[in-house]
Ligand binder design. Sequence first.
Ligand code: SF4
Length: 194
Amino acid sequence: MKIGGFVKFSLIDYPGKVAAVIFTQGCNFRCPYCHNPQLVYPELFTDPVSFESIFDFLKERRGLLDGVVFCGGEPTLQEDLLEIICKVRSLGYAVKLDTNGSNPDILAKVLPYIDYAAMDIKAPFGDAYARVCGVTINDYEIRRSMLLIRAAGLAYEFRTTFDLKYISIEGIGKIKKMLGRHEPYTIRDAVLNR
Ligand code: SF4
């Protein structure tokens, strides 16, 4: 796994849990408001952090931390994601995955081994989606990921980064219509999150 950053203690990345956060390197999206470009653009990558050092740290912190969050970048691009998640779980940690939802085949393999999924919905389906995520995207894959997460029987949330330059209030309304009435949904302000 290519790891571009590691946060040893977070109260905000895993709802209700004290967590460590693993930031994976590489993303297949190019969202213009991205606040982690050093995890997206290869020319900005720093030397990777070794998973072995993180594993040793997590071993020592058992009982002090509750969970581990995998975010990025886009974690589902990492070939050994499932293997690493299983290693983290073997230490007794709850696992949360943050994803852009573009990779439902990998998501389907990983979902049985995680406890919480947070998936971005960048925009209403249609042309707006590519404008916000910066690449051509097949809506079908995003829809599949949404269905898989809903059916997995774990805690989850869908979420949208709100930046008026790229998505309108009306767009947010359209996204809400794509969701169930009581489905967990978070809107994050792109400026406040920088
Ligand atoms: S999906 Fe996330 S990490 Fe990737 S470019 Fe968009 S905001 Fe950045």
